[in-house]
Design a protein around this ligand. Sequence first.
Ligand code: C2E
Ligand code: CA
Ligand code: CA
Ligand code: CA
Length: 274
Amino acid sequence: AKQDGRSCARFFEPEMDRQLRERRQLEQKLRDAVQFQRFTLHFQPLIKSDSRQVCAFEALLRWQDPELGLILPDRFIPLAEETGLIRPIGDWVLIEACRQAQLWPSDIRVAVNVSPVQFRTGRVPESVARAIYSSGLEPSRLEIEITESVLLSDDSNTLDQLNEIKELGVRVVLDDFGTGYSSLSYLRRFAFDKLKMDKSFVQEIHESGVLAIVRTVAKLGECLGIETTAEGIETEEQARCVREEGFTQIQGYLYGKPLPAEELDTAFQLGQYH
Ligand code: C2E
Ligand code: CA
Ligand code: CA
Ligand code: CA
């Protein structure tokens, strides 16, 4: 048996070695990126259903590596979470997003994604407060987007932090709504200011039963008296559908892909308000 185990280990070793080496390389590059400030934010518009005006931009993190090029968050956020680097990165995102938003017309908000790990291993309210004070941004213009997994563990620590963020006057949004294990129970535990329906529902809207769910999410937001965003809208037909169902905000490639801050002015005529 011992012999078997060893030959098995030998068979997998090169592949595991490679994966481990790649991970260590990426981790080192991520540390460099934090040290040398190689992150940028792209911004994607959220459109009000009734007025069809831009009401907010969501900040989406990008990593520019000299060798690897532009790296999307799905590739490095998990690593940043495992290594704790998500805390300095997340603090930078908050400060930079608020600094940019301060340059926009005052009726446009900014939405920032915050990882559950930032809540579990640090203190988010302090980071939010610092970003607000350093930028001078009106707190009600900042939205913190969290996913349902933030409330998975039953600890009061995260809930306390969410309440503290709300006390600052900052809005708290439940992102990717409908994908968690007990979506409805989370709504009882915290008074979110907005529900963002996960984009998989829009993408599968033609499948049996999905339209009923979409309709129910819009209705749920209406009954709770809070806003609802449908994200991942790529076609006119999808836009018409979620608008008809009652979503108060729409977001997706149809209205704009995430863009660097310098390009927002030209793309969305923000200057006309100044
Ligand atoms: P998310 O918060 O659900 O963000 C929406 C993602 O969908 C973004 O991907 C966005 O570019 C993409 N998207 C927008 N419109 C459309 C559309 O019409 N169709 C399709 N197919 N996709 C669309 P992105 O920028 O790659 O970000 C992926 C995820 O990474 C985000 O999902 C969020 O969970 C995370 N993330 C991004 N920035 C940050 C950050 O600053 N901090 C943390 N903790 N997480 C972040
Ligand atoms: Ca989000
Ligand atoms: Ca989402
Ligand atoms: Ca997501």
